[in-house]
Design a binder for this molecule. Structure first.
Ligand code: KIV
Ligand code: ZN
Length: 389
């Protein structure tokens, strides 16, 4: 099952993330992202869905051959053809993984797959066993697990483990669950499914109700030791759980999670976010936790004053710990004298109290007209206050 103090990071940016409308990447771009994920030190890269297209197969194959020191997974529906394609794509990896999935909710069985629960159960048995014959590491996912009948879900996971799955994943495919419910589901599965203690239990959440990160953290509390995440929370519809949020939640509040941590090199978080954003063309919202451009920006005077006295007043992690150069004290109409003085000093202007008061008056007048005050504006503010002979 692995070290109980470690949560494995299964990054699916190149598979579920790429399913985000418009996020399609070329093989060369996928390789660049995979190499960066290696620097970030994720445990598993889900590089694609090889049966989806020849291009996807080629990209996964290329990543499996060239990115070492990390497990490479390929997704497959519970069909021989998909599993063969996944194996062909990942077989050259240092640590190959075939990820087989089948839906287990009645909604999906009746309306999408048009098969009975019994047929689905039989397919899980045969297809997981088939995959295991090819590859030593097999993940099985019960798609739409959170809307599946609980007794049936237990039966399916038991069958998958008996057939050779080494990881079982509990997807909240449509972002439907709540944290307390998802945590209880993990506890129940650990209690009721024979063999569960021998495999890795994994969480996979979507953000349709804005709860993907909270649900993933709840799963960790419930015993999950692998989480499936994407950079910037990229993914189908409202996206997947954001990698950077889970990593930093565990690191910022170790007490809450009994000290469990990931292997992630957090100083690479910003570079990874920016690379994925640049290559997919999907911008990161400014107020995005950890990697948004305002994540460490402070404009209000009270906040800047606090920050200048002690940064822990308004920051729960350092910007440097996740790859930023520094905090950004933005000068705008909510800023105060202390913030203005600090920036002027950085620019080499040490004003006395009277000069500062007068500069502050000119600053506030300008800030009322302009969203952000930059260094050129500050030079103008200083110069316009100097008496002419
Ligand atoms: O959301 C989901 O259910 C998935 C599975 C294929 C794991 O992405
Ligand atoms: Zn998904």
């Amino acid at each position: 099952m692995g070290d109980p103090a470690v949560v494995k990071i299964f990054d699916t940016t190149l598979r579920d993330g790429e399913q985000s409308p418009g996020a399609t990447l070329t093989t060369a771009e996928k390789l660049q992202v995979a190499q960066q994920l290696g620097r970030l030190n994720v445990d598993i890269i889900e590089a694609g869905f090889p049966a989806a297209s020849p291009g996807d197969l080629a990209a996964v194959k290329e990543i499996a051959r060239s990115v070492r020191g990390v497990a490479i997974a390929g997704l497959a529906r519970a069909f021989k053809g998909d599993i063969d394609a996944a194996w062909e794509a990942v077989c050259d990896a240092e640590l190959p993984v075939i990820h087989v999935f089948l839906a287990t909710s009645d909604i999906h069985l009746q309306h999408k797959l048009c098969i009975s629960r019994e047929e689905a159960l039989a397919r899980v048995r045969t297809m997981v066993a088939y995959a295991r014959n090819l590859c030593p590491t097999i993940e099985f996912s019960a798609e739409d697990a959170t809307r599946s009948d609980r007794d049936y879900l237990c039966q399916v996971f038991e069958a998958a483990i008996q057939a050779g799955a080494t990881t079982v994943n509990v997807p909240d495919t449509v972002g439907y669950t709540f944290p307390h419910e998802y945590e209880a589901l993990f506890r129940m599965l650990r209690e009721r499914v024979p063999g569960m203690e021998q495999v890795t239990l994994s969480a996979h959440c979507h953000d349709d109700l804005g709860m993907a990160t909270a649900n993933t953290l709840a799963a960790i509390k419930g015993g999950a030791r692998q989480v499936e995440v994407t950079v910037n929370g990229l993914g189908e519809r409202a996206g997947n759980t954001a990698l950077e949020e889970v990593v930093m939640a565990l690191r910022t509040r170790p007490d809450t999670f009994g000290g469990v941590d990931t292997h992630i090199n957090a100083q690479e978080l910003l570079a990874t976010s920016q690379l994925v954003s640049k290559l997919t063309g999907i911008l990161v919202q400014p107020n995005k936790a950890i990697v948004g451009m305002n994540a460490f920006a402070h404009e209000a005077g009270i906040h800047q004053d606090g920050m200048l006295k002690n940064r822990t007043t308004y920051e729960i992690m350092t910007p440097q710990s996740v790859g930023w150069n520094d905090t950004n004290l933005v000068l705008g109409k909510h800023s105060g004298r202390h913030g203005l003085d600090a920036r002027l000093r950085k620019l080499g202007h040490k004003l006395n109290a009277e000069q500062l008061q007068s500069a502050y008056g000119r600053f506030v007048a300008l800030a009322d007209q302009k969203k952000n005050i930059n260094d050129a504006d500050l030079v103008y503010i200083i110069e316009s206050g100097q008496e002419t002979p």
